[in-house]
Design a protein around this ligand. Sequence first.
Ligand SMILES: [Zn+2]
Length: 682
Amino acid sequence: MRILCSFFLLFVAVFSVAQTTPSSSSEFPKEIPNFDLTAMDKTIDPCVDFYQYACGNWMQNNPIPPDKSSWGRFNELAERNRYVLRGILEQAEAPGEHSAIEQKVGDYYAACMDETVVEKRGTEPLAPPMSAIAAIKTKQELIQQIAAMQRDGISALFTFGQMPDMHDSRQTIANLDQGGLSLADRDYYIKDDAKSVETRQKYLEHVQKMLELLGDKPDVAAAEAKTVLAVETGLAKPSMDRTARRDPKTRDHMMQTAEVVALAPNFEFTQYFVNSGAPKFTSLNVSNPDFFKQVNQQLSSVSLDDWKTYLRWRALDTYAPILPKAFVDEDFQFNGAYMSGQKEIEPRWKRCVRSTDQNLGMALGQLYVDKTFGPEGKERTLKLVQAVEAAMHQDIGQLTWMSDTTKQKAYEKLNAIVNNIGYPDKWRDYSTVVVKRDDYAGNVTRASTFEVQRELNKIGKPTDKKDWGMTPPTVNAYYRSNMNDINFPAGILQPPFYGKTMDDAVNYGAIGMVIGHELSHGFDDQGRKFDADGNFKNWWTAEDGKAFEDRASCTADEYSSFVAVKDDKGEVKLNGRLTLGENTADNGGVKLAYMALTNIIGNTPVKPIDGYTPQQRFFIAYGQVWCENVADQQARKWAIIDSHSPGRWRTNGVVQNSAAFAEAFGCKAGQPMVSKNACRVW
Ligand SMILES: [Zn+2]
């Protein structure tokens, strides 16, 4: 398990200057401007609603496309990139001379696109797990089957994986954690508000329909759906909520394997660990021991038949996207349309590009990088990173609330941060993954099995800090507190985040801010609890720790007052504690990027461009990164599961805390974009 503090929830991807020709060039999305005057609504006073000012016209002119549940600048980039990747994949699947990597991703994509074969094979891909489940006769066999399914990438009952030892991050250890839910959060099973009750009803109907498609009679399928919901509710109740999990202390439970076996004997862990495929180990971390204690009881109280019904559903739910159209459509009706507000399913080719990125992403990413990025991109970015790191050093030095003792430790941590830029030094080797042109389901399963095993093989070995958690075309970035590294995939190092010919003000407002955001994660409510080596170890004096918590509480309370969505089902506010780390990183990131810009342009007057001063351009570029429209259903879902705030609050929440913003736009105390109680951590 990695602690990823990503920049954006969706693992979406961006474009670049591609030399490939997409199948229909008229469809190919336009290049995205770095600084977009047409996006702005200049009838709005920036001191009253800056987000509306920076993005008003964009929001007006860019409705959510029917095959999306939200649409923003990130999605525009991701979509454009999807066309680039499609070009690469269509070339790779066409007849002709190909490298081994091209051949592999090309065959994978071709198999995915061949719907005729997928239809003809029907539910045959599900036969192996289904017959294995049917053959289970004892609870011991049940656990063995769960191990087998997990090895094929089907999540069930709990999760088992690897993570750096929280107290010695140089070593990678095994980790057991809660899991086994089909819906995206425990809240969906537990909360009693009207919307949650409705969601469970829709979920029951969905499970029933899927099982009917599999051939179960309607009354049988209805009863099975109830069983699935009951079993999953039993797993949801002892699961820790997302906000509690932000504190690493709640997940820190090192145990001997014998202790784990004794903690939850019904899990048959001695046998499970052998069957899991993990190398042998004698101790491991258990993120949520209570979960295993409570589910241990359920393993005896719930009947074997009910567990088997649950496993059938987990297999069917996981396989849904690779089965014939009827299954894909029903899966979309629930997960896409009902849960996220998406009107239409994406065309097959987009889903196949996503699938290739998901399952052979480091191979496809290698082709993408060859075409679009290159070593000079790495160098350019490193210079920006160094400038923002220097600003952070300066910022720490100026803090009035932190003692010199803690400052020394903060410098140590800052200096130790590893910068991973663009793409991994060493490409992942997929040579053992068999890809067949006429076996899409088999390809997905074999790639999943490979990935599960690759992760498990890390157990007992020195931690590999060079292993990437995102594929290169991804439009995102992340910080890992247990690695103390920041990572910027090639996908985000492009317009509108970075433009080779853009003025510094715009580049620092966009990509500079992303860099500052990731650096700040090392010092947010979660990251600050890890030291320079990525170990969970306090390096703060008690007084400084208290000063931090007071400042963080200000931010948490501030964002808790922001409305995430308001529709006929009522109003949902942001969870300021769940989003605290991201909000801290946004506020810190803008502050650091602005300092870095000031270090460059100094006090020498710079001529306005397009009528805006560099300071104004910095903030407009920042705001425009967040231009978006979001379906109400998606906004509701994000309010529950996403640790990031919506674009409106990522913009307005930050600027209302910023004195530099007020100065740039001449905003006065009392105006909405000047907070009475400005919160500042970094
Ligand atoms: Zn973040």
